[in-house]
Ligand binder design. Structure first.
Ligand code: CTP
Ligand code: MG
Length: 556
């Protein structure tokens, strides 16, 4: 027990040290170097799926089983990478083993077997456990091949650890970059999510060898934090396997009967049952089939991932591509959105359960809308990307939604360099100021045109869905929640703008800790503070315009 707790203390120290080391290297790598290309969303997803197709997840006694497992797997195939993580209060330990070839995995499956127990369902999957050896092994045979890696690769930074990181920064910009680097979904978290997707594909591969369970949402759009949910869309026949002129033999298939929606609901019922009855680790399966987009919610306890599985939400995948592009356009976008998402969660504007509040997705669109609308924009409108779309960018979903826009942002950046050079602190302050003066009563946020447009109907907050323009992404937001948002952005602008001290509560720290002034004053900012904030603006007949230079002077 003593040994275990010493080991844990060692891991934690090691983790913080490593974190600081990583952050320093990442800081110096922020903007894209010249000639450095951004990997497209599709290529990124393809590479991750391929990695998952060559990987298994093995439960082990402890991180110290690393060498023994490595030596065992190396006798079957070529091990490319191994990563440890643990989950649970009484931690269960796992190692992700990535092989060089998919055929190595086939050998692993051939060599593995099932526990002799009539009480279990004998399912083959990439989730395995490593039995203790029956014969004594010569210890640490291959120790030199891989350095022992005992860090928990799935560790979510605690609030006090994050504060420590933020406090050690030189300025607000560094705080925002470090907040992003230390809380974003990391390598292990990403691999685990693709392994969860693969588990479903593998389970139905007999009937649907071309199925694809595609992750979308924050797990892949570049705005996901450690521990974020996994949104998945399951396609039974991935579109790349369609009939061509050369195809002569065609599969006999069952005809579908009933409405598309009712068929989809029936299929999801069955998939939900498969998850619940047959797949290791899948628990708490809930079928929400009456929703506009029917989903199955479940918890994958071996990977510690909450999942939302749908079968008809392909526009969500393209929306994630759009958000990924927006995040990859400029190195400031992701740290800015991470800071704003964290601030919104701290002050209670967002909530992990659905309701009348702003979602992380809506909030992300608000930030993008703001960055498009600056006098010197940081981001282009969606229409600008639509105009540049090539023939490989054409996508129309099964339900007719046009998702055509330029995917290769290197093409856009080559002719449209971003001229805005404001610091992250300035952008953050400008965001708060912009929305504290925004005319929500008559205007809607529209990312297609990079401008606020007249509100088509009377929802409190109207954000045009960029891919389905007739829909309001934030229809769920109540007038009270919008008012709270307006108060909180004012409060945040004031807090950030009046930051002069450098004690332990400086920079973005006050934005990310406790409920502050609003709760002290029952939701009302002190009048003097409101006046100070409103000095940052001037009114204009087209809506509030931010006095860019004034604020710049104050924050520099
Ligand atoms: N989505 C959409 N239209 C909506 C809501 C969601 O297209 N009205 C898509 C977006 O691509 C979004 C994804 O569905 O990113 C998943 O939605 P959600 O889980 O609510 O948001 P995330 O971006 O995943 O954020 P979170 O970390 O809160 O899960
Ligand atoms: Mg999500």
């Amino acid at each position: 027990c003593y040994q275990n707790s010493m080991l844990r203390i060692f891991h934690r120290k090691h983790l913080l040290l490593n974190l600081n080391k990583n952050l320093t290297t990442q800081l110096s790598q922020q903007p894209l170097a010249e000639n450095q290309k951004v990997v497209s969303f599709d290529d990124n997803v393809k590479q991750r799926r391929d990695e998952a197709n060559r990987s298994i997840l093995v439960q082990v006694q402890s991180a110290h089983s690393f060498h023994e497992l490595q030596s065992y797997c190396s006798s079957v195939g070529t091990v490319k990478k191994m990563m440890h993580y643990s989950t649970g209060v009484e931690p269960m330990h796992f190692i992700i083993v990535e092989f060089a070839k998919a055929s190595d995995l086939q050998n692993i499956y051939t060599m593995s077997s099932y526990i002799e127990d009539t009480q279990v369902v004998p399912v083959q999957s990439s989730y395995l456990w490593f039995r203790a050896a029956t014969k004594k092994l010569s210890k640490n045979k291959n120790k030199s091949i891989h350095k022992l890696n005992v860090e928990n690769g799935n560790h979510i930074l605690r609030d006090n650890e994050l504060l420590q990181v933020l406090n050690s920064c030189a300025d607000v910009n560094e705080q925002m970059v470090n907040l992003h680097n230390s809380t974003r979904l990391n390598e292990v978290g990403t691999r685990l999510r693709f392994l969860v997707a693969k588990q479903i594909e593998m389970a139905i591969s007999g009937m649907f060898p071309n199925s694809a369970a595609l992750p979308f949402g924050s797990s892949v759009n570049g705005f996901g934090k450690m521990g974020c949910d996994l949104d998945l869309v399951l396609r039974l026949n991935d579109e790349s396997k369609v009939i061509t002129d050369e195809t002569r033999l065609v599969y006999h298939c069952k005809a579908l009967s009933g409405s598309e929606r009712s068929i989809s609901q029936r299929h999801m019922e069955v998939i939900g049952d498969i998850l619940q009855l047959f797949l290791p680790g899948c628990s708490q399966v809930r079928k929400i089939l009456q929703a506009r987009v029917p989903i199955i919610k479940y918890y994958q306890q071996l990977t510690d991932v909450e999942c939302d599985l749908s079968m008809s939400n392909t526009s969500g995948y393209h929306m994630s591509d759009f958000l990924y592009i927006m995040g990859a356009m400029d190195h400031r976008v992701r740290p800015l959105i991470f800071t704003i998402r964290r601030w919104a969660a701290t002050v209670g504007l967002t909530n992990s359960s659905p309701g009348r509040w702003i979602t992380n997705f809506s909030l992300t669109l608000l930030v993008i809308g703001f960055l498009q609308n600056l006098p010197k924009p940081v981001l282009p409108s969606l229409n600008a990307l639509v105009k540049l779309a090539g023939k490989n960018d054409k996508y129309i979903t099964d339900d007719g939604i046009n998702c055509t826009f330029l995917r290769d942002i290197n093409v856009y950046l080559a002719t449209n360099p971003i001229e805005n050079t404001d610091s992250l602190k300035i952008l953050l302050l400008q965001f708060f100021v912009y929305y504290s003066q925004f005319d929500f009563s008559s205007k809607a946020i529209c990312l297609n045109e990079s401008m606020a447009i007249a509100k088509p109907e009377h929802s409190a907050l109207y954000i045009v869905n960029p891919l389905e323009r007739g829909l309001n992404v934030s229809k769920n937001v109540s007038p009270e929640e919008l008012e709270k948002f307006r108060l909180e952005v004012r409060n945040a602008a004031w807090l950030l703008e009046s930051d002069e001290t450098k004690d332990s509560n400086w920079g973005i720290i006050p934005l990310l800790t406790a409920k502050r002034i609003l709760s002290m004053n029952n939701g009302n900012l002190p009048r003097t503070k409101l006046l100070e904030v409103s000095k940052l603006f001037e009114d204009d007949k087209d809506g509030p315009v931010y006095k860019n230079n004034d604020v710049k002077k104050q924050v520099q």
